[in-house]
Ligand binder design. Structure first.
Ligand SMILES: Nc1ncnc2c1ncn2[C@@H]1O[C@H](COP(=O)(O)OP(=O)(O)O)[C@@H](O)[C@H]1O
Ligand SMILES: O=C(O)C(=O)C[C@H](O)[C@H](O)COP(=O)(O)O
Length: 306
């Protein structure tokens, strides 16, 4: 019997991340932890771990990093049939630089090695491949982010095609994921593009610092005034999240956990919330699920790596 449970399709770039084993200038680091990264891929894996049937539409290079990423999808039972392999362009990477702060905490800076990557060549044609067309036609939800339109003109055209396509009851989810480094020299354009996607999404996620940078306010009621269109609008921070369902506002607190590594918490939060919506939970129930799944990313990243 075919599986008729709701299908989530995540579209975006998968990356391999390298996180130093020690907090030091990169020139002094000998050992890095390798892991899967990429906001939409993190969300896909967390959705599958939450029991949602999930697929990724993307592109990787014909290299060991691309094979690692697709193997990670399969290991987590995410459908990788619409991840195209590019014979020429490489899989994108990022390296995190960890710097100790005077108070003993650690600051992290991202260095991208992704320009000209296989996923930067995402285009409307990627969505039209036989595998991607079938998945998108059956999707109950498509999840995207503000990273894809920053990658290249063709990737932005792919994102536009997703937003322009008839929805037929399918939900479109968008995570702002403001990456100023990817919009260098054209940040105002990036702000306008991202605002437009938020307006056209059914579900929109934004961290409060990103909201301040992109929309000039981190105040949830003001954000709702600016963006009345998406049914669900969520503003997150390490302390908690504010969610709107239409005009109804619900505030929720994060769980108190010892944080091992905070990369990917927002992506996992989105997955938990989306899993709640797809399985018919209330707003409060979806938020609780979101915080619970975000917590898994915070406490177990290293386990997930190796
Ligand atoms: N220090 C933390 N303690 C507990 N939960 C956290 C912490 N940081 C993030 N989270 C969880 O992840 C969610 C998203 O966090 P946020 O910092 O807004 O996103 P991002 O990781 O994208 O920057 C929070 O609403 C919460 O559920
Ligand atoms: O910057 C990018 O292009 C990435 O996709 C790298 C990371 O995997 C996510 O950005 C993590 O996102 P957070 O959940 O906000 O910590």
């Amino acid at each position: 019997m075919p599986d008729t449970s709701p299908l989530a399709v995540c579209v975006g770039e998968g990356l391999v991340s390298f996180v130093p084993a020690t907090a030091a200038p990169l020139e002094d680091v000998r050992t890095f932890h390798r892991s899967l990264a990429g906001a939409e891929w993190n969300t896909a894996i967390a959705l599958a771990s939450a029991g949602i049937r999930t697929a990724v539409v993307s592109r990787v290079g014909d290299d060991g990093f691309g094979r690692f990423l697709t193997a990670e999808l399969r290991r987590h039972e995410v459908d990788d049939s619409a991840v195209d392999v590019d014979a020429e362009a490489p899989t994108g990477l990022y390296v995190k630089e960890l710097s100790p702060r005077p108070d003993g905490s650690v600051d992290g800076t991202m260095h991208y090695y992704r320009s000209g990557s296989a996923a930067a060549a995402l285009s409307p044609a990627t969505l039209e491949s036989p595998a991607a067309s079938v998945l998108l036609a059956h999707a109950a939800l498509v999840h995207t982010s503000g990273i894809t339109p920053a990658l290249s003109a063709s990737a932005r055209a792919a994102q536009d095609a997703l937003f322009d396509a008839p929805r037929d009851g399918r939900l479109l989810s968008f995570d702002v994921n403001w990456r100023p480094a990817l919009w260098r020299g054209r940040q105002d354009e990036g702000r306008a593009v991202i605002s437009d996607y938020v307006r056209r999404a059914d579900i929109a996620f934004c961290t409060r610092p990103d909201a301040e940078s992109v929309f000039g306010t981190a105040e949830p009621d003001r954000l709702r005034e600016l963006f009345p269109e998406p049914r669900y609008l969520l503003a997150t921070s390490p302390d908690g999240a504010v969610a709107f369902d239409g005009a109804e506002r619900t505030d929720s607190r994060s769980l108190d956990v010892p944080v091992v590594e905070s990369i990917g918490a927002g992506d996992a939060f989105a997955a938990g919330f989306l899993a709640g919506v797809l399985t018919g939970l209330s707003l409060t129930g979806s938020l609780a699920r979101a915080h619970r799944i975000a917590t898994r990313a915070l406490v177990s990243t290293r386990d997930h790596i190796d």
